[in-house]
Ligand binder design. Structure first.
Ligand SMILES: [Zn+2]
Length: 255
């Protein structure tokens, strides 16, 4: 925890020094949230002031953003991305010409409460400023009304990823928005999930990134049972597929 607390103190100092941010220097750690990757940085805080962390590996021109658990009760992807970070640190050649941006836990309050929504009861995956968004209590009364969705919006704006991979449950398929069909097909070669185009949800990240911005975005819908699997088992099933999203259009090696 010490590294995490240090990061929060630094963040607090930035806030106090006048940076425009709603972040307050208070966090409420829980057992699930005590994990902190050595290379990770805190870049935002949730409604309940839990840290939202991301890790950047590499500096190359091919930028991929991977994120998980924007719905707090769909957390298998967090385990997969934490294992991916370890894998990449052991296999740094994978990000030789790439920049890999990883947000393993987008909605820490939802994870702590085991809810789909954030602490304000808003579905973060309906809170983006997509052309098709609908304002209401559940989706937020305006786009980016929530700090967690604002954080992802800022990250996309800063790194301008060439593709985005986001993990959900439990629809058992690989969905895509925008020009993501070829990447979906590439990833499906390396796991049991099949490509299936689902409807574009109003104000979803898929609608915003894929349809409004034109960035290929892949929504990996894991199986319901995956939510009860160990991190080791999840990596056995989905590790190669996850790495293939990084190496696209090349095949992952060494599995
Ligand atoms: Zn979901």
């Amino acid at each position: 925890m010490s590294r995490l607390l240090t990061a929060v103190v630094v963040l607090a100092a930035v806030v106090i020094s006048g940076c425009q941010s709603p972040v307050a220097p208070v966090i409420v750690p829980s057992r699930e949230l005590e994990w902190s990757n050595p290379g990770s940085r805190v870049f935002a805080a949730s409604v309940e002031r839990r840290p939202i962390e991301y890790t950047v590996l590499g500096t190359g021109p091919d930028v991929v953003l991977l994120m998980a658990t924007i719905h707090g009760n769909e957390h298998a992807g967090t385990d997969i991305l934490r294992t991916l970070m370890t894998y990449l640190q052991v296999n740094p050649h994978v990000f030789d010409d790439r920049t890999v941006v990883i947000v393993p836990l987008t909605n820490p309050d939802g994870l702590a409460m085991n809810t789909r929504t954030n602490a304000n009861g808003v579905d973060l995956n309906r809170n983006f400023p997509a052309d098709n968004r609908l304002n209401n209590d559940r989706n937020g009364m305006s786009g980016l009304s929530e700090p967690e969705s604002q954080a992802i919006y800022d990250l996309i704006d800063r790194y301008k990823p060439g593709r985005i991979i986001t993990f959900h449950e439990p629809l058992n398929c690989i969905d895509y928005d925008g020009p993501g069909l070829e990447i979906s097909q590439h990833m499906a070669q390396y796991c049991p999930l099949r490509v299936k185009k689902l409807n574009v949800r109003p104000g979803s990240l898929g609608a915003y990134a894929g349809e409004t911005l034109g960035i290929p975005i892949i929504t990996v819908e894991l199986r319901r049972a995956d939510g009860r699997s160990s991190a080791e088992r999840l990596w056995e099933k989905y590790g190669e597929m996850t790495v293939s999203a990084v190496t696209y259009p090349l095949a992952p090696e060494g599995f």
